[in-house]
Write a protein that binds this ligand. Structure first.
Ligand SMILES: [Zn+2]
Ligand SMILES: [Zn+2]
Length: 192
């Protein structure tokens, strides 16, 4: 884009004797030129970006780091203007991510890994190794946990448990759900 403006500007202004160093004037000229030729210029820019991906990303990185304040203000304005849309989008996305995690950890047969509870409203993600407190410092919790799990390619430290089993397991000395304890007792009686 820059080159296009410069060439056009030089063509039309050099003979007119306007001071070439007049940056303000050039800026205004660029703006009007851009508005007049927006479609062509955007197309040209997109083609250039496709052909020079490395350069384009480098340029964008540099621009972002130099315009942090401007960007955060833009983001703020956008979030304010589109708050409802964004809220819906985030909710749908985290629902989808939750389902993906549940499907992965229950082998596409979503249920509690202990008692078999199938109602998704009762289910939760559990840290198998009972190190939830430590792990929560490393990864996020709540809704953000799902995106963390997906980003980290579904680590083996999680399972699906219903709230009852999760809670009971968490409050047991040996971190064993009463369901499992009962099974152990029955096993012992059977063996005896
Ligand atoms: Zn359960
Ligand atoms: Zn249980």
């Amino acid at each position: 884009m820059g080159r296009y403006f410069k060439r056009k500007w030089l063509q039309s202004n050099i003979s007119g004797g306007i001071n070439l160093r007049n940056k303000l004037h050039k800026k205004e000229y660029d703006k009007t030129r851009y508005k007049e030729n927006k479609e062509i210029l955007v197309k040209q820019h997109n083609v250039w970006c496709k052909n020079n991906r490395g350069k384009a990303t480098l340029y964008m990185k540099k621009w972002r780091s130099n315009n942090k304040d401007k960007l955060s203000e833009q983001n703020k304005r956008y979030r304010l203007k589109n708050s409802i849309k964004l809220h819906d989008y985030n909710r749908n996305r985290s629902k989808e991510q939750k389902l993906r995690c549940y499907n992965h950890y229950s082998n596409y047969n979503i249920k509690c890994n202990c008692c078999g509870e199938r109602r998704i409203e009762f289910l939760s993600i559990d840290h198998i190794y009972d190190n939830g407190k430590e792990r929560r410092k490393i990864h996020a919790h709540g809704r953000r946990l799902y995106s963390w799990i997906i980003r980290n390619n579904f680590p083996n430290e999680f399972q699906i448990l219903c709230m009852n089993c999760n809670f009971a397991k968490g409050h047991d000395k040996n971190h064993i759900c009463p369901h499992l304890k009962e099974l152990i007792v029955i096993d012992r009686v059977c063996i005896a």
